[in-house]
Design a protein around this ligand. Structure first.
Ligand code: ASP
Length: 360
């Protein structure tokens, strides 16, 4: 367990006061997962690719907000770009279960009316966040799982893909390593997956770049977004493949309303989390943060206090929080978190490492 909260560094991401937190009309913050993410481990190319992915998500979400669109549409748009980006553990690029499948979880929540939607264990819906939104808006329910959720998603016209759409070699090799370490059998490569890249020799690494892949096992690549729109409405959205090698039917914090995702205008807060889901569920992280802001804490104070609490029970990870005045906060007890923010009064910035100061 780490007790250091990188709040100061995270806050410094947008610490330039004239630029950043001047009563914006709209505001957006995103994350692409927290964890052990250090400069020495990320090649310049990989670093740049992550930053480009975060920037694309900010661009998608801010385009919605800048034209007067809703916070809900903005968080969905931002999350969908990351679901399609194989670098992140959500949608395409999701981690594998111990059975060699991609099982996807997502949730969305609307701050003004406390409506929410969540899905768990999807294997075919291209954008799980769209399915969560449909549960919220087109069903009488809050949460749907597995086959039923997929049938529902299909019934409302959401795009389906073959399960192999979500396959990436680096996530597969991460599963192979995880199961090998656990002494468990490795399932066959999924149907429709490309053939395994050739090795130069028995002990040689695979031809594609696996050197950075171990990093993926020590970070949580969940994606999320929180926003305030020009009407002051708050929303939160989170999407994930869960954790590498998760077992039968395991569901993490992401689709649990109040754990990995929560938004409430009355409480003045919207939250999306990333981290060791089992701990985030037990600490009811997202709801607690909103309770703290309702009691008068700033979004940064609330986020830091909650991350310290989840850390105290052994959980690693981070959160992004949006306040009702459009001020956002990042907080994590890991060495890095892929993250970014933009508002009507501050340009888009993205960051990765805990000690960054808003460099793009
Ligand atoms: N929180 C996610 C889960 O436990 C993992 C992550 O953040 O990447 O399913």
């Amino acid at each position: 367990m780490k007790s250091v909260v990188f709040a100061a560094a995270a806050a410094a991401l947008l610490a330039s006061p004239a630029l950043a937190q001047d009563a914006p009309q709209w505001s957006l913050a995103i994350h692409g997962g927290a964890g052990v993410i250090e400069r020495a481990q990320l090649s310049p190319e990989r670093d740049a690719a992550y930053r480009a992915g975060l920037q694309a998500a900010l661009d998608a979400g801010s385009a919605v907000l800048a034209r007067g669109g809703s916070a809900l549409d903005a968080v969905q748009a931002a999350v969908e770009t990351m679901e399609d980006n194989p670098l992140f553990n959500a949608g395409r690029g999701a981690v594998f279960t111990s059975a060699g499948k991609n099982e996807l979880d997502a949730a969305v929540m609307s701050g003004p009316d406390l409506t929410a939607g969540a899905v768990a264990g999807l294997t075919r819906t291209r954008h799980p966040i769209a399915a969560a939104r449909a549960v919220m808006e087109k069903s009488p329910h809050v949460m749907m799982i597995g086959e039923g959720a997929e049938t529902f998603a299909r019934s409302v016209g959401l795009e389906e893909v073959a399960p192999s759409w979500f396959f990436t070699e680096s996530r597969w090799q991460a599963l192979v390593r995880t199961l090998t370490e656990r002494g468990e059998p490795v399932p066959p490569r999924p149907e429709g997956a490309p053939a395994e890249p050739a090795r130069q020799g028995p002990a040689a690494p695979l031809a594609f770049n696996l050197n950075e892949a171990p990093l993926d096992e020590r970070k949580f690549g969940t994606v999320g977004a929180v926003a305030m729109d020009s009407q002051g409405r708050l929303a939160a959205a989170t999407s994930t493949g869960g954790t590498t090698g998760k077992r039968w039917g395991r569901v993490g914090d992401v689709p649990i309303i109040g754990a990995g995702t929560y938004a409430s205008n009355a409480d003045g807060c919207a939250v999306s989390a990333t981290g060791a889901g089992e701990y985030f569920i037990r600490a009811t992280v997202a709801r607690d943060i909103c309770q703290r802001t309702a009691e008068g804490a700033s979004v940064q104070q609330a986020a830091d206090a909650e991350i310290a609490e989840v850390g105290s029970i052994g959980g690693d990870g981070g959160v992004i929080v949006m306040g009702k005045d459009g001020v956002h906060a990042f907080s994590m007890n890991t060495s890095g978190m892929y993250r970014g923010a933009v508002s009507s009064t501050s340009p888009a910035r993205v960051a990765i490492y805990g000690d960054e100061e808003g460099r793009r």
